[in-house]
Design a protein around this ligand. Structure first.
Ligand code: FEO
Length: 398
């Protein structure tokens, strides 16, 4: 249902409870919202749209605000990814004279995805568009999350429409605003959204944040999740910490095990970590925990210990997938431990070592390898790895 943010600015987004995987990849146990915003003024502007599946709903929401009155004059596209642009064709059919506003890269992608609208306007960084009482200022923030991404700042109300940045997973329940919802729930799902979807571009998020420093932001209205009117700085600061790869003291042990032997090694390391004072430990089986949640925990905690059995003389496939994502996302600032096992042909530990050599990891020894079931000597090494890791955590700033 359309919700007023000010007398003239409305949320007209939708809640998606049907999609299981965002980008066909990331689980949505609590759904997701696609936020779009309508500004009523001498000229009417819409900021972003919603996923195509919800196009008709979306048009109904807009019409409920406009009461069959004014047409849409401008559609501002902060981000062309189809979760935000999918309803463009519904709008063009309903408002054929609407002018579609974006930067040069936006419009190139727009033409690739959709039927070209009748009217377009290309804007540059910091250009403004006056609607009457409201003035929109465009802030180009490339690669958060695509090359064309930009933010729109409304100067009178000091509302920042930020696109994906500051957004998170989770449908809006109980209310739209940060002071109406269970914020802890959203913060957890926002971190998972950041680490899964935006994290690869952490450096670009830092640049975008630096660019925003001069703008007073009263209300933060992103493209997913709650609108922050009580404390916009809170979510901005969290995005700043996450994009700086700031971690908490704790260890993720992610392991692959077919018959329980590599799992025994993982559990032995975990017990040793506990014995040596580490309180936050996540023991995650890559076959049973979706990679989305593993990446989220890895981003959060300073220590990462990877263990894999060998499968067809190479890494276990789910571990291989995890490593390829970590590699692609350039995860930084972590201590790393390694262990592996094989039965009749080696592979897993050497593949883990190659992964470690490629990235910016501080590797904690010993790297451990078991043949078949772990021997007493191997389990002793596991305990030693736990001890060495706990010590390294104590002396390494998070
Ligand atoms: Fe919410 Fe990058 O799309």
């Amino acid at each position: 249902m359309a919700t007023a943010i000010t007398d003239d600015i409305f949320w007209v987004g939708v809640n998606d409870r049907e999609t299981d995987l965002f980008e066909a990849l990331w689980p949505l146990p609590h759904g997701i919202s696609y936020n779009a915003y309508l500004i009523r003024d001498q000229k009417t502007a819409l900021i972003d749209t919603v996923k195509k599946d919800y196009g008709e709903n979306f048009i109904r929401e807009i019409q409920s605000v406009l009461s069959g009155g004014p047409k849409i004059d401008y559609l501002i596209i902060n981000h062309i990814e189809p979760d935000h642009s999918g309803a463009i064709e519904f709008l063009i059919r309903r408002y054929p004279e609407m002018c579609v506003v974006g930067n040069e890269k936006t419009l190139r992608l727009l033409n690739g995805f959709y039927k070209v609208p009748n009217r377009t306007l290309i804007v540059k960084d910091r250009e403004t568009l006056c609607l009457g009482n409201h003035t929109l200022e465009f802030v180009l923030t490339p690669m958060v999350h695509w090359p064309e991404t930009m933010m729109t700042y409304e100067q009178k109300t000091q509302i920042l429409f930020s696109g994906d940045v500051f957004g998170g997973f989770g449908v809006l329940q109980k209310g739209l605003f940060d002071d109406e919802v269970d914020l802890d729930h959203y913060i957890e799902e926002t971190r998972r959204y950041f680490t899964n979807v935006i994290g690869k571009y952490a450096g670009r998020v830092q640049k975008a944040l630096a660019k925003l420093e001069a703008l007073p932001v009263k209300i933060l209205a992103s493209a997913h999740g709650p609108v922050y009117r009580k404390d916009p700085k809170k979510i901005m600061e969290l995005y700043a910490q996450w994009s700086r790869y700031e971690t908490e003291k704790g260890v993720v042990i992610a392991y692959a095990s077919m018959y329980g032997h590599t799992k025994t090694m993982a559990e032995t390391i975990a017990h040793s970590l506990t014995d040596h004072g580490v309180e936050k430990i996540k023991l995650l089986d890559v076959s049973h925990t979706h990679i989305s949640f593993i990446i989220n925990d890895i981003w959060r905690y300073q220590g990462l210990i990877l263990g894999s059995c060998t499968y067809n003389t190479a890494l276990f496939p789910m571990m291989e997938l995890l490593l390829s994502v970590l590699d692609n996302y350039h995860v930084q600032n972590h201590l790393l431990g390694l262990f592996g096992s094989y039965s009749w042909g080696g592979g897993a530990l050497s593949a883990l070592k190659k992964f470690a050599e490629k990235g910016a990891w501080k590797v904690i020894e010993p790297a451990i390898e078991a043949q078949c079931a772990p021997s007493k000597e191997v389990l002793k090494q596991c305990r030693e790895l736990g001890r060495a890791f706990a010590q390294a955590l104590r002396i390494t700033p998070a």
